[in-house]
Design a protein around this ligand. Structure first.
Ligand SMILES: [Ca+2]
Length: 387
């Protein structure tokens, strides 16, 4: 385990303030607290956690980068987790680059999680796991992980899991094993499953190596889903040929896709939904009512015009994530100003900035995806000046 903060035995070790800044190591252990969510005000920043390969003989999962649990109020930021987990052999669960469970009010942001692995399950980039409430994954870069880029997982016996947000993140080439893709849900029925998740303005690249879809669910029970009220807005999903943009095997109540951009290079985007594969956005829309707003069609099947799809590579310094320009919108991108105004439509407080640090919105409206184009803003300013 790289960096672990959790609840367990003994009341003597509850944190009221926990501060970890600038850790750069392979191994570390942090004391436990007694009782659920007894840690308060946790800060973990500027840490590199890598090469925690895991313990093959351990029954439980091993080989995680950073994990917290039993926390109410935490920020994890500017951390890099990479090359962890490869020796995990647990069949009960797997490691993740950076994650939280049984926690409330957690923000994980400005982190890069990449090349994490597993010998069995998971091996993803980021994860809000069992019992997470009111927590946010934002402004992160996940790439080249075995498991999902961003996971939302509710395991058996976990507390209520609800009101979480995944926004303005980027995923590239995640989900290399296990049927995972960029953003994935997986839920038992524990405490009502996964409820009220908002996933918006992410840019997701499903590569030829990805085994799953852009946004998907892996069912724990074949006949029923426990993922409820999932709002999926203003995301860009770009896939390699033959990959699915969306895969929801058994949609439970409250799935709402609106204003998303779907693009599969050279082909029609394929959406797997309730056992049917739709080979066009319009076909899925008319059959299910997804990608409609007040009866009118929304969402896009068009090339979003990203700078260099698949070219994100490793940054290696979370303070410089904005230098990873591969997922910026080109100045002629049709996604500029094409996003839904989530504030006015749904009362969603979307935050102040995009992945790259630009204030949102620019120009005359919100953009689709994790980049709010400043280039277009500048071009527009130049053109206005010229005119
Ligand atoms: Ca804009």
């Amino acid at each position: 385990m790289g960096l672990q903060l959790r609840w367990a035995r003994g009341p003597e070790s509850e944190f009221r303030w926990f501060w970890c800044d600038g850790l750069n190591r392979r191994y570390g252990h942090f004391p436990s607290a007694h009782g659920r969510r007894s840690h308060k005000n946790v800060y973990i920043g500027n840490c590199k956690v890598f090469d925690n390969r895991g313990i093959p003989e351990k029954k439980g999962h091993s080989g995680t980068g950073i994990v917290i649990s039993g926390v109410d109020g935490a920020v994890i930021e500017y951390c890099e987790a990479f090359n962890n987990g490869e020796l995990n052999r647990s069949t009960a669960g797997g490691p993740i680059g950076i994650w939280a469970w049984e926690s409330s009010n957690v923000v994980i942001q400005f982190c890069e999680s990449h090349h994490n692995k597993t010998g069995t399950l998971d091996g993803g980039g980021f994860d809000l796991d069992g019992g997470c409430v009111n927590s946010t994954l934002q402004y992160n870069y996940s790439h080249d992980n075995y498991g999902a880029g961003y996971g939302l997982y509710q395991f058996k016996g976990a507390s209520a899991f609800k009101d979480n947000i995944v926004r303005y993140n980027i995923s590239e080439n995640d989900g290399q094993i296990g049927g995972y893709g960029a953003i994935y849900f997986r839920s038992t029925r524990s405490h009502g499953g996964i409820q009220n998740t908002r996933v918006y303005n992410n840019t997701l690249h499903v590569s030829a190596k990805t085994t799953g879809a852009g946004i998907g669910e892996i069912s724990d029970e074949p006949s029923i889903s426990h993922v409820h009220n999932s709002e999926i807005y203003n995301n860009i999903i770009v896939t390699a040929p033959g990959k699915h943009v969306v895969d929801i095997p058994r949609p439970a109540a409250g799935w709402s896709f609106k204003g998303d951009c779907y693009w599969t290079a050279g082909e029609h985007p394929e959406i797997k939904w309730n056992g049917i594969v739709y080979s066009s956005l319009s076909g899925w829309r008319s059959a299910t009512g997804q990608e409609t707003l007040k009866g009118a069609p929304v969402g896009f099947h068009m090339e979003p015009r990203l700078a260099k799809v698949g070219g994100g590579a490793t940054i290696g310094d979370p303070a410089k994530l904005q230098s990873m320009t591969a997922y910026m919108l080109l100045a002629d991108s049709p996604m500029i100003d094409s996003g839904l105004d989530l504030r006015s439509l749904f009362g969603i407080e979307i935050g102040e900035r995009d992945f790259y640090g630009a204030q949102v919105p620019q120009l005359s409206g919100y953009d689709v995806g994790a980049c709010e184009s400043e280039i277009a803003h500048n071009r527009h300013a130049e053109n206005t000046t010229k005119n």
